[in-house]
Design a protein around this ligand. Structure first.
Ligand code: SF4
Length: 65
């Protein structure tokens, strides 16, 4: 299953958390962190839109290694 990742490039704009609270949440510093890393097939298209929208290109979806 593919895995959702947020890198430390995140600038804490809040967009991803605002758009999807199933997969994203804020950490104690106000940056985004992954709440659910397993990408469900039904959610993938929506997540790819969020990946595209992130101003810091901090979000990726990776094949599990
Ligand atoms: S959209 Fe990108 S920069 Fe904004 S909070 Fe999410 S990961 Fe961070």
């Amino acid at each position: 299953m593919e895995k959702l990742r947020v890198s430390d490039a995140c600038i804490g704009c809040g967009l991803c958390v605002a758009q999807n609270e199933k997969y994203f949440e804020f950490n104690d510093e106000g940056f985004s962190k992954v709440k659910q890393e397993d990408v469900e097939e039904n959610d993938k298209e929506e997540l790819l839109n969020i990946v595209e929208s992130c101003p810091a290109q901090a979000i990726t979806i990776e094949e599990e290694k």
